[in-house]
Design a protein. Structure first.
Length: 228
């Protein structure tokens, strides 16, 4: 298969003559996909064929990959990317209930699966920053709130987290996503406080993103973090 790929046009970018073609075809015949991809990336990044051959003859594909990565470093993170204008100019909002994963109510949190949605809706309405509508077709933005229990990375304890997906109602595209984890606590009372604190943080991030005043948040989601 790789031999056929090499024969049918995958040599684009190899401009150092038949030597480059022989190297490419030789790797293709051995059906070494990782090495084949590495060569393509290296050439696209401007790595010379002499340097590529040196890596291949030494049998070090990882060296080849590391060399290409070193030449293609991401630019420095100097400032955040632009916020879609639709978020700042929106006047009407529809809040969608994205639901909750099973096993979170009534333990470890009190209430039911709709608790996050209900509190978020009430807190957003209390800010007066938007007109909340009951029909998504009447909204400028659709906010979908979901509470999930994600899988944690190795050697960590996964935390429940809120995800607020912000959609442009006209195009149905996702404009932004906000996530906030719920910190752990021993007592149910403090777990509920952490629940509200995390939800309040989601609301504050959204308002800040939209250029509104986060301090306007009110209601149960405005609770302060628990003292453990």
């Amino acid at each position: 298969m790789l031999y056929e790929i090499a024969e049918t046009g995958e040599l684009e970018g190899f401009n150092e003559g038949c030597c480059a073609q022989r190297l490419w075809m030789g790797v293709a015949r051995r059906r070494d996909r990782s090495m084949l991809v590495s060569i393509r990336i290296a050439v696209q990044q401007g790595m010379s064929m002499q340097a590529i051959r040196s890596c291949l003859y030494a049998g070090t594909v990882s060296v080849l990959l590391m060399s290409t990565v070193a030449q293609a470093q991401m630019p420095a993170y100097d400032e955040p990317g632009p916020v879609p204008p639709a978020i700042a100019t929106a006047n009407t909002v529809f809040v969608a209930n994205g639901g909750s994963d099973v096993g979170l109510f009534p333990y470890p949190f009190t209430g039911d699966e709709d608790r996050g949605y209900t509190e978020f809706y009430a807190a957003l309405k209390a800010t007066g920053a938007y007109t909340l509508v009951g029909d998504p077709s009447q909204a400028d933005l659709v906010l979908e709130l979901r509470l999930a229990m994600p899988h944690g990375v190795e050697h960590t304890i996964p935390l429940p987290q809120f995800t607020l997906a912000i959609y442009d109602r006209k195009t149905h595209y996702t404009l932004w996503t906000i996530t906030e984890a719920i910190q752990t606590a021993l007592s149910r009372k403090n777990r509920d406080k952490e629940f509200d604190a995390s939800l309040n943080m989601v609301l504050s991030k959204f308002l800040r993103l939209a250029g509104k005043t986060p301090g306007a948040a009110a209601g149960p989601a405005a609770a302060t973090p628990a003292t453990h």
